[in-house]
Design a protein around this ligand. Structure first.
Ligand code: CP
Ligand code: NVA
Length: 327
């Protein structure tokens, strides 16, 4: 039976908005500890299922390593390995998995499936990307900026150039939650969801962050403290590739656009990058790119997130003994 009442889920970065400063500090502490050889094994024995409907390099690897570092055991499935891929429902999958594992990390095509899994799971569900949000990515992104801006996010402005997609949605909400102002430049057809822009604006009103939209990459980049881009064709949008290639002309982060930002501006990309499309080799491989640290920070961010969502004593241990196992 589910032991502790309803589980807390991470489906949107708004679900952890108040926790972000603490999570970022914890991730940074774990990053420093790891350099000293301390893996922060604070969640021993936890089993975590990773269900991925789409490919992944960073998210899968960083979650698997994060669970292992914390002392737990990750179990990875692509949907073609599961009955989910043969028509078993998301709800039934949630009910069954909840009897085995302590949390489910889920990369889904549809946000509605993410919500459905969470609604029927008695363990935490963590969104590893869907068509609406990519919350864990943004924890790593904010960590990357916090490391570079020790005085904090106040007074800083991040310019996002590109598609109004899942990454921008979580970035809008995450940046607003920590007081980082954001201006997003997108083609008119590819603006972010207005309900998310509204929610980010409301969050920003409490933290002092502003949120604005433009169709001009040059206007967004002008005087920015950091530039951020993502792919023009997200997983699931492949049928629109040709139209998107046309619409995003002029939305590339290149040396000219970077020159419009502050001289010490950083460049972020969640990766994978399509070099020569949304970003040039020159910028990706140049001195202002923070992209490799950003990718590494997925690991440290995942650890802080998992630590916050996993029980200190695994459910199975509690179910068998009714108390914490003897150490
Ligand atoms: N940034 C990111 O989520 O990359 P993957 O698709 O490789 O996980
Ligand atoms: N927006 C991209 C992010 C990839 C990590 C996608 O959904 O494919």
């Amino acid at each position: 039976m589910p032991p502790d009442g309803p589980a807390r889920h991470l489906l949107s970065i708004s679900d952890i908005a108040p926790d972000l400063p603490g999570l970022l500090d914890r991730a940074l502490a774990m990053k420093r500890a790891r350099v000293r050889g301390d893996l922060s094994a604070t969640r021993p024995g936890n089993r975590v299922a990773l269900i991925f409907e789409k490919p992944s390099t960073r998210t899968r690897t960083s979650f698997e390593v994060a669970v292992a570092d914390l002392g737990g055991h990750p179990i990875y499935y692509s949907t073609k390995d599961m009955q989910l891929g043969r028509g078993e429902t998301v709800a039934d999958t949630a009910r069954v998995m909840s009897r085995y594992v302590d949390a489910i990390v889920y990369r889904a095509f549809k946000h509605t499936d993410e919500v459905d899994l969470a609604a029927h799971a008695s363990v935490p569900v963590i969104n590893a990307l869907d068509d609406r949000e990519h919350p864990c990515q943004i924890v790593a992104d904010l960590l990357t900026l916090q490391e570079r801006w020790p005085k904090g996010f106040a007074g800083r402005r991040l310019a996002y150039i590109g598609d109004g997609n899942n990454v921008l949605h979580s970035l809008l909400l995450g940046a607003a939650a920590v007081g980082l102002s954001l201006v997003a430049a997108t083609p008119p057809k590819y603006r972010p969801d207005p309900t998310i822009v509204g929610a980010a604006t409301a969050l920003g009103a409490r933290t002092g962050a502003t949120v604005s939209l433009t169709e001009s990459p040059a206007e967004a980049a002008k005087g920015a403290d950091a530039l951020y881009t993502d792919v023009w064709v997200s997983m699931g949008d492949e049928a629109e590739a040709e139209a998107r290639m046309r619409a995003f002309q002029g939305f590339q982060i290149n040396a000219a656009l970077l020159a419009a930002a502050k001289p010490d501006a950083w460049v972020l990309h969640d990766l994978p990058a399509h070099r020569g499309l949304e970003i040039t080799d020159e910028v990706m491989d140049g001195p202002r790119a923070a992209v490799w640290d950003q990718a590494e920070n997925r690991l440290h961010a995942q650890k802080a997130i998992l630590e916050a969502f996993l029980p200190s004593v695994p459910r199975g241990a509690r179910r068998r003994t009714g108390r914490a196992p003897k150490r």
